[in-house]
Write a protein that binds this ligand. Structure first.
Ligand code: IFM
Length: 450
């Protein structure tokens, strides 16, 4: 299987998960600093205080990326490093770090894919109401403009938000992520204001000359158990309704307003839209980033209890998949879910290209004799990259694939116990060891083929 000549290959990370240096050079505090320091929120009390120490080791990390043939590196900017209080004057030393990182990437011939928001909201903005508060959207657009003012001459690819579903519904609905609120209405407000912030930022970036503007969502094909085993399995009318509703809340709640200028009827975020918001939210973008790990498996269940992470969902139960291999996160490994998703998104939104901006797996890894034989991850990546090739063959407009993640890192509420990296990190010494999957990926990139 070969890939288009200009297909982009790379890897992704996020600021709080790898940078460390949470109190250096004027950085302010984010909701994840507060959350991870709150007893009982993160496994083993882990925090991002040191993480992979990438803040100090970025030059070595870029050399490592180069040795793996990466053409693109997707990273996020820490908003509280740039604007410690979330608004007002920028902290030049915070921006200096990203300036150095971008220059280092460009020297190594690696395209920077910059994400403005990967979940680390400045704590002072949360104290003023966070994403459920409309003003946060305006603060986000100002911050986006400040980052563009400094880096817009060198960065070509701009992502506004990473996974707004997670920010809204795990942050303010189920509360398993920062800031840990459990209020379904606040979650729906947050979803709308994240989209508003996206639209305002996309408009500001474009006005400043940016192209390559992207929104990244966590998405999944919604399927029955039977469809996981046989993609062509028949679906009952009740299950079809359950699928449609779940999909409207997970994917269409975010992509319809951005790409079609309207919310699906079922979207609870829609209740918080004011006149004119949808025009702002549907500012043109250039690409949709898709983060895929596993399908969302559902069935109709009239008595299913309400789930705080899913306001608006009624009569649907989520199922696991006994008998299907799973990762250390317990996530089932279903590569054909990725081709199904890409083909479907490309058909539903034919004017916008797609990029797989995250895909990967956590497994138990062990260093032995300087090597990490991570056969399971390697197989996962091989099968999922194969699924991307299948999607391309079926006509999906997929422009690239970025593995999650370059490095083992702080996996949010799971702390450091889950390792997603293709490069192993020894957190005691900060030694990096490319796993077998990284060496295999390096060769896939070199050949542009599987
Ligand atoms: O680690 C996260 C990342 O920050 C966002 N997408 C999913 C990954 C794995 O859980």
């Amino acid at each position: 299987m070969t890939f288009p000549e200009d297909f982009v290959w790379g890897a992704a990370t996020a600021s709080y998960q790898i940078e460390g240096a949470t109190r250096e050079d004027g950085r302010g505090q984010s909701i994840w600093d507060t959350f991870s320091r709150t007893a009982g929120k993160v496994i083993a009390g882990d925090t991002g205080d040191t993480a992979c120490d990438h803040y100090h080791r970025y030059a070595d990390d870029v050399r490592l990326m180069r040795s793996l043939n990466l053409g693109a590196y997707r990273f996020s900017v820490s908003w509280p490093r740039v604007q410690p209080s979330g608004s007002g004057p920028v902290n030049a030393r915070g921006l200096d770090f990203y300036d150095r990182l971008v220059d280092e990437l460009l020297k190594a011939d690696i395209s920077p894919y910059l994400t403005l928001y990967h979940w680390d909201l400045p704590q002072p903005l949360e104290d003023l109401g966070g994403w459920p508060h409309r003003d946060t959207a305006y603060r986000f657009a100002e911050y986006a403009q400040a980052v563009h003012d400094r880096l817009g001459d060198r960065v070509r690819e701009w992502t506004t938000l990473n996974e707004p579903w997670v920010s809204a519904f795990l942050g303010y609905g189920s509360g398993v992520h920062a800031p840990g609120r459990t209020d379904a209405d606040a979650a729906a407000r947050a979803a709308h204001h994240l989209l508003l912030g996206h639209g305002l930022a996309a408009g500001a970036l474009r006005a400043a000359g940016a192209r390559g503007i992207m929104l990244v969502i966590n998405s999944a094909p919604v399927m029955t158990r039977a469809q996981v085993l046989d993609p062509d399995a028949e679906v009952s009318a009740a299950d079809a309704t359950a699928i449609e509703l779940t999909d409207a809340l997970l994917t269409r709640q975010f992509l319809d307003p951005v790409l079609l200028g309207r919310y699906p009827e079922a979207a609870p975020a829609a209740r918080h839209a004011l006149d004119g918001d949808l025009e702002i939210i549907s500012a043109p973008i250039d690409l949709v980033g898709v983060n895929y790990y596993n399908p969302c498996v559902v069935a109709a269940a009239p008595d299913a209890p309400a789930d705080p992470a899913w306001p608006g969902l009624r009569g649907v139960a989520f199922h696991d998949l006994p008998g299907i291999p799973a990762t250390a996160m317990g996530w089932p490994v279903v590569p054909h879910g990725l081709s199904r998703l890409l083909v479907r998104l490309s058909r539903a939104y034919p004017r916008t290209g797609l990029m797989v901006t995250e895909n990967g797996a956590a497994f138990e890894d062990h260093v032995s004799g300087g090597r990490v034989h991570d056969e399971e991850r390697l197989a996962y990546l091989r099968e999922h990259i194969g699924a991307v090739a299948d999607a391309l063959e079926q006509g999906a407009d997929v422009r690239g694939y970025l593995v999650w993640s370059l490095l083992d890192n702080f996996e949010w509420a799971e702390g450091y116990r889950r390792r997603f990296g293709i490069v192993h990190v020894d957190y005691a010494t900060q030694e990096r060891t490319p796993k077998d999957s990284a060496l295999w990926y390096r060769d896939v990139i070199a050949g542009n083929r599987l």
